[in-house]
Ligand binder design. Structure first.
Ligand SMILES: *Cc1c(COP(=O)(O)O)cnc(C)c1O
Length: 374
């Protein structure tokens, strides 16, 4: 049996996507209307509603969603932004690109998200924002993070790239902070046919600024008058149309991922692995990844065994970001963030995509259980 880590082709084939999407693409091509317009606006409103926010601004990628939010917030050289060292590179890359300094706080070993109790120690007069990441589809502990941000008057930019529709205390990812940044990279739960992203907000002023900044900071009315320097961070209407169709299926897909996770919890019986923990107040985990932790330094061995059995898996993330060469000037060293470092050594993501068949999942669980027998 062969089980890939992710099968986006199955998603395209098993739903009505082709029949719905191809005519829309044809229409857009006939109209040659690729930038801005009603399709983008409708999709933005749909995501704002879905994420329980007032506004959403489509952008070119999740990475650019993070970058544009930092730019709108006026963050740059001399400023500091507190974030997690255990995330996809883009989170910290965005901070770095503004000229600001990323400051790390270690994570919780159970949910892989930033530990709020470690944040206050990292705040200095230069701190401008906190950038929590909702890793693997489970939200960070947003009640505490918002409390700290309010107390110290800091902006909160949520990296919700992996967490569209995830909930904490029944509130959706992207609706807690000043900015919610989402990615529609094809491997995310809602994936485009290429790159796209979006920023959600409840603040009218931020909303207006985001719209200017994605278009080189131009005033939408006077057009060639620039109050700010932004960039070209636009989402094109082809992606908006594709994503709007796929959005109708997102809840079904998220439910299927949750069911797969539940089945893993039932079938994975070996005590040599630790299953991902659903924290109390995270009321909806959308499982962009199902990441287990493997005991006794046996992670790489298990991954090899899975691969030999035709099962795809992946390590997110193999090197904690404070140890990356490109950030060496920050002066961090091994041992600075022990939880993050330990997770990078023992974590392993298993297939959890919605189209995964029950037999496939049973085969994976059996292979893992057997790997630790005798
Ligand atoms: C995917 C991802 C991003 C970047 O999104 P892109 O659309 O690929 O640019 C940022 N942060 C996290 C946590 C991600 O998983």
């Amino acid at each position: 049996m062969k089980v890939p880590l992710l099968d986006v082709k199955a998603q395209y084939e098993e739903n009505n996507l082709r029949e719905e999407i191809i005519p829309l693409i044809d229409e857009i091509c006939s109209a040659q209307a690729f930038v801005f317009g009603k399709r983008l606006e409708n999709f933005e409103q749909a995501i704002a509603d879905y994420s329980q926010c007032k506004y959403a601004v489509g952008v070119s990628s999740g990475s650019d969603a993070l970058l544009i939010s930092l730019m709108v917030e006026g963050i740059g050289y001399g400023d500091e932004v507190i974030t997690t060292p255990f995330t996809f590179f883009a989170t910290v890359g965005a901070i770095w690109r503004t000229g600001a300094k990323p400051v790390f706080a270690d994570i919780n070993p159970d949910d892989f998200n930033i530990n709020p109790e470690l944040i206050e120690d990292k705040i200095t007069p230069r701190t401008k924002a906190i950038m929590p990441v909702h890793l693997f589809g489970q939200t960070a502990r947003m009640d505490r993070i918002m409390e700290i941000a309010e107390k110290h008057n800091l902006a909160v930019i949520e990296d919700a790239a992996q967490a569209i529709g995830a909930e904490y205390q029944n509130k959706r990812a992207g609706s807690f902070g000043d900015y919610g940044c989402f990615s529609f990279y094809p491997s995310k739960n809602l994936g485009a046919f290429g790159d796209a992203g979006i920023v959600t907000t409840n603040d009218k002023e931020i909303y207006e600024k985001l719209k200017m900044f994605r278009n080189h900071g131009a005033d939408p009315v006077t057009r060639y008058m620039h109050e700010y320097v932004g960039g070209n961070f636009r989402m094109d209407s082809l992606q908006a149309a594709v994503l709007h169709v796929k959005l109708q299926y997102l809840d079904k897909w998220s439910r299927a991922r949750q069911e797969n996770a539940d089945l893993y919890r039932k079938l994975l019986t070996t005590n040599k692995i630790k299953l991902p923990v659903n924290i109390d107040k995270a009321t909806r985990h959308i499982y962009n990844q199902f990441s287990i932790r493997v005991a006794d330094g046996k992670r790489d061995e298990l991954q090899k065994k899975l691969s030999e059995s035709g099962i795809g898996s992946a390590i997110y993330y193999p090197l904690s970001l404070h140890l990356q060469k490109c950030f060496s000037s920050l002066g961090y060293k091994e041992g600075d963030f022990p939880v993050s470092e330990q997770c990078s050594r023992d974590i392993l993501a298993l297939p959890v995509y919605p189209e995964l068949k029950k037999e496939q999942l049973e085969y994976i669980a059996e292979t893992i259980n057997n790997a630790f027998k005798g």
